[in-house]
Ligand binder design. Structure first.
Ligand code: AMP
Ligand code: ZN
Length: 114
């Protein structure tokens, strides 16, 4: 999608601080980190919100989650703990309308989130 920030990262028009990439997903460090580890995992295909996820895209979402698990494990947070979040639409705090899985770790997290 032409005017999508994260599609521009997938196409190479914008270069993110990447930590992982394969044929389905790209993972990069958040520009405004909310924890010592704050990585966004995105699908390479444009999906605006979780509401736009097709029934047959469950495996893609699973792959995004497994990617986050691998990154958290590689950075040493598997046992200590980490959080994964997908914000859907404005009230939940979504500001970039290309779905992304937040991976946060490295500080105590509170519940419920704000
Ligand atoms: P959300 O509010 O859930 O839509 O999350 C969007 C995230 O994208 C925020 O945490 C932003 O800090 C992050 N973000 C925005 N622009 C960039 C960028 N150019 N590179 C990396 N992360 C970004
Ligand atoms: Zn996009």
């Amino acid at each position: 999608m032409d005017d999508c920030l994260f599609c521009k990262m997938v196409s190479g028009e914008i270069t993110p601080d990447s930590v992982y990439e394969d044929d389905q997903v790209l993972a990069f460090r958040d520009i405004n980190p909310q924890a010592p580890l704050h990585v966004l995992v995105i699908p390479k295909v444009h999906i605006a919100t979780l509401n736009d996820l097709d029934d047959d895209q469950g495996p893609l979402l699973g792959h995004m989650m497994h990617t986050a698990i691998k990154i958290a494990t590689g950075e040493g947070y598997a046992e200590r703990g980490y959080r994964t979040v997908i914000n859907c639409n404005a009230e939940a705090g979504q500001s970039v309308f290309h779905i992304h899985l937040h991976l946060l770790a490295g500080r105590p997290m509170h519940w419920p989130p704000g």
